[in-house]
Design a protein around this ligand. Structure first.
Ligand SMILES: Cc1cc2nc3c(=O)[nH]c(=O)nc-3n(C[C@H](O)[C@H](O)[C@H](O)COP(=O)(O)OP(=O)(O)OC[C@H]3O[C@@H](n4cnc5c(N)ncnc54)[C@H](O)[C@@H]3O)c2cc1C
Length: 405
């Protein structure tokens, strides 16, 4: 009898979790498993702000996919997905095509620019290893060049971060730790450096506990960040950005570095492949399959799951993607064993910790608010936990964070 073929696209948190759980759950003779990813490595997306600021080398945030998959059960293909032909059950790749019986789409998200002019062209993103390396090197180049020019251009030392959500705040935390090092390294007067965070919403970290938000803001302000809250970026230009607060006249902020960290949408492959989506995210069924397509699961940043308590979508997180991966692995095992009852996904929120550099953080863990070194310790526990869940103790020893005190 022909074995069913399970294809998983994307080896981020959701896709890799599905793969490693599935390879444990099913026997070699039960199904063929194929994992497809752009790179031959997985990167910890949740650590990219560190690589972007230069506080952690980019090689520390990635590891080889071959280190965690069981090659006797999983065929790995390094290629880029171009489109999914769901009616023909085919995945179109840059270098060929792969057909499937069951498909798991775990391609992550893309920056949402809300149509703001110039952002795609002139702003940096924190999206993958290469964008992080480019941002780090760009900032270093600005510091290195500042000193070499006879006529000093202070805009080289001005950095604008668009968005005071999770990614923006975590990046600012790392950046404010990195700036004193850069100033020492490149003989730059630290009073010349300007870091501005622009947020359109009326608060930093919308949805977070206000007491923790105040703590984060005062810590970052103490380290030199200027917050422009309730202020929208209207345009990004080669010289900086144009902002406006309410009815006020738009004004220009000159800066040679603009980082866009305000919003995620689903992977563009989703819309290109004709799935019904909201901002590229598909509202999946409780068993994580796509309505109308019983052979396709979507998880992670390209999926949309409603938090019934507040009737709003859960924000896309690694925590959700990994939990979805575990459920999808069990549901796939059930399907290939011809069981019709599939498990329903329920998000089990273990808490959230937002770092403010390697030595400070805020968070709510098991319902308790924490700040400072306690929260920072918890952040490293969370980071190491995701390594453990995918690659066990060996991966934690190889890539884990042990600078806990
Ligand atoms: C700086 C930062 C900090 C964050 N901090 C946290 C945090 O503290 N806690 C938390 O829970 N979440 C956090 N998040 C959010 C979290 O990282 C994402 O929600 C999570 O990575 C989503 O997982 P995923 O499996 O959907 O996608 P990803 O983990 O992004 O993986 C997608 C994979 O698909 C691959 N891929 C993409 N397109 C293609 C293609 N066309 N062909 C082949 N392969 C492709 C990519 O290379 C990647 O390997 C943070 C995000 C950022 C950017």
């Amino acid at each position: 009898m022909r074995k069913p073929k399970i294809v998983i696209v994307g080896a981020g948190y959701g896709g890799l979790m599905t793969t490693v759980r599935l390879q444990k759950l099913i026997g070699v003779n039960e199904a063929d498993i194929v994992l497809i990813n752009k790179n031959d490595y997985h990167y910890e997306t949740t650590w990219l702000h560190e690589a972007s600021a230069g506080t952690l080398h980019h090689d520390r945030v990635r590891y080889d996919i071959s280190d965690v998959i069981d090659k006797s059960k999983v065929d790995f293909i390094q290629d880029t997905v171009v489109e999914i032909k769901k009616e023909d059950k085919k995945v179109v790749l840059e270098n060929g095509e792969v057909d499937y019986d069951y498909l798991v789409i775990a391609l992550g998200g893309e920056p949402e620019t809300f149509g703001i002019k110039g952002l795609k062209e002139y702003a940096f993103g924190i999206t993958n290893v290469n964008s992080s390396r480019q941002l780090r090197e760009h900032i270093e180049y600005q510091f290195a060049t500042y000193n070499m020019e006879e006529e000093k251009d202070d805009t080289r030392l001005a950095i604008v971060v668009g968005g005071a959500g999770f990614t923006g705040i975590e990046f600012l935390g790392e950046l404010t730790n990195r700036i004193p090092e850069l100033c020492r390294e490149y003989d730059v007067d630290s009073s010349k450096v300007k870091i501005i965070c622009v947020e359109a919403a009326p608060t930093v970290l919308p949805g977070f506990d206000p007491e923790l938000v105040n703590y984060a803001v005062s810590q970052l302000e103490r380290k030199g960040v200027e917050f422009l809250i309730g202020t929208a970026i209207k345009e990004a230009t080669p010289e900086g950005i144009i902002v406006a607060k309410g009815e006020e006249e738009p004004r220009e902020i000159k800066a040679n570095t603009v980082v866009w960290a305000a919003g995620v949408r689903g992977n563009s492959i989703i819309e290109k492949s004709g799935f019904e989506a909201m901002r590229g995210r598909v509202k999946v069924q409780p068993d994580l399959r796509v309505p109308g397509f019983d052979d396709v699961f979507i998880i992670g940043d390209s999926s949309l799951v409603i938090n019934e308590e507040i009737n709003r979508p859960y924000p896309p997180t690694a925590q959700i993607a990994m939990q979805q991966g575990e459920v999808v692995a069990r549901n796939l095992a059930a399907l290939i064993r011809n069981k019709s009852e599939l498990e329903t996904f329920t998000f089990d929120n273990k808490g959230t910790v937002c770092s403010l550099g390697h030595d400070d953080a805020i968070g709510v863990v098991f319902g308790k608010k924490i700040t400072g070194s306690k929260a920072s310790f918890m952040k490293k526990v969370v980071d190491n936990r995701s390594l453990y869940m995918i690659g066990g103790a060996g991966l934690v020893l190889k890539k884990g964070k042990f600078n806990v005190f």
